[in-house]
Design a protein around this ligand. Structure first.
Ligand code: NAD
Length: 352
């Protein structure tokens, strides 16, 4: 297993370090390589995703990504800003399927802004298409109308093959979980989404053991708050998935706990916490490394199909939470407050 570690900016190096310690402790013979990305790469090499970093990523089996983002570089032209690195990696590596689990751990149920009985034991997975839709569709732009007024426009587009491949990924994920898949679209208004629904229904024929349902995105946004436990796996397009996955992550109330995976058709993946570089706490040793550690578990599960090792990490995280260890972002009164490295130590101890 060759893992490329792209730590990035802010808390990125602190949190990836703990995830690497955890992967190392499993003695799986992993080879780690590191490269700079984001603001750190811009400062060192003049580009947020230098060719050397991209090559290293392409020649690895999976990427462990920290976070990118540096407010002091926000005035750079868009293509040189740190955040472009993650977009560039998605595009170059064809990472079209984004997996975002939203899990509520019993110990953290009160971190959610929703009532405990609504979110207790929540365990859902959102599969978001990541490389198509209105974010990439052409034509797009801002032009001036004959009356002198400016008009902005973007194009929502999906080909059948783009819909089909993400639908297959989602059905396969549902098959490994509760065998229920809800496809979210806006087929009542948008032609692109009508095609989305037709293709998902065609793909469903290959998965008779998975129960397929459909919801319009406006209803899905409401249902996620009203009764999120009705869902097992949700599959949706890029824009709707962007919004719904952030909504779902907040059901758990704890940004420092949520991992993600972005996969291509060969199960090559980029694994990262959903949060950013948290410049406000960078270098203080207080960041929560658990989202990154859980991302490493997703890597073992999805890219390396090592379910046993992935389960070991997930169980170790559950154990440290049950033991009362908390970083500041998830701490409640009476908890044992720990820093980034101590949380890593606790997970290693729980693994052992
Ligand atoms: P953020 O996610 O970095 O931080 C939001 C808040 O959550 C902050 O108060 C931060 O301290 C806290 N937080 C985040 N992760 C935490 C952790 N592991 N432990 C404890 N607390 C944590 O979002 P932001 O402040 O809006 O953005 C900061 C930078 O990150 C920006 O430059 C943004 O563009 C970038 N960003 C990058 C990614 C990515 O790399 N994939 C994702 C989102 C934002």
């Amino acid at each position: 297993m060759k893992i490329c570690v792209l730590a990035g900016d802010g808390i990125g190096p602190e949190i990836t370090k703990q995830a690497v310690r955890v992967l190392d402790a499993l003695n799986l013979g992993i080879q780690f390589s590191e490269a700079q990305v984001g603001g750190a790469a811009y400062r060192a090499a003049g580009h947020p995703l230098p060719p050397a970093t991209l090559n290293l990523a392409k020649n690895s089996d999976a990427i462990l990504f920290g976070a990118v983002g540096d407010f002091s570089l926000d005035k750079l032209p868009r293509e040189l800003r740190p955040e472009q690195a993650i977009l560039g990696l998605r595009k170059e590596l064809n990472l079209f399927a984004n997996f975002r689990p939203a899990i509520v751990y019993p110990e953290l149920v009160h971190a959610s802004t929703l009532k405990a009985d609504v979110v207790a034991s929540l365990d859902i997975l959102i599969v978001r298409e990541l490389t198509g839709d209105i974010y990439f569709g052409k034509p797009r732009g801002i032009h001036t109308l004959p009356n002198g007024e400016r008009e902005g426009f973007d194009t929502m587009r999906y080909s059948e093959s783009e819909i089909r491949r993400v639908a297959h990924v989602a059905f396969q994920a549902a098959r490994k979980r509760g065998k229920r898949l809800c496809s979210v679209d806006k087929a009542n208004v948008l032609d692109t989404m009508q095609l989305w629904r037709e293709v998902v229904v065609q793909v469903a024929v290959d998965y008779p053991d998975v129960e397929l349902s459909h919801q319009y995105v406006d209803n899905a946004a409401m249902q996620l708050l009203k009764n999120p436990k009705q869902f097992d796996v949700i599959v949706t397009g890029n824009m709707f998935g962007d919004i719904l996955s952030d909504e779902a992550s907040m059901l758990t109330g704890s940004i420092g706990m949520l991992p993600s995976a972005s996969l291509n058709e060969h199960n090559f993946g980029l694994y990262e916490p959903i949060h950013g570089s948290a410049p406000d706490i960078a270098g203080k040793g207080v960041a929560n490394p658990l989202a990154t550690i859980l991302s490493a578990a997703m890597m073992l599960r999805y890219t390396f199909a090592d379910v046993a090792s992935a389960d070991k990490i997930d169980d170790a995280v559950k154990r440290v939470l049950a033991q009362g260890y908390r970083t500041a972002d998830i701490a409640e009164p009476g908890a044992t407050l720990v820093g980034t490295a101590q949380m890593g130590d606790a997970v290693l101890a729980a693994l052992a």
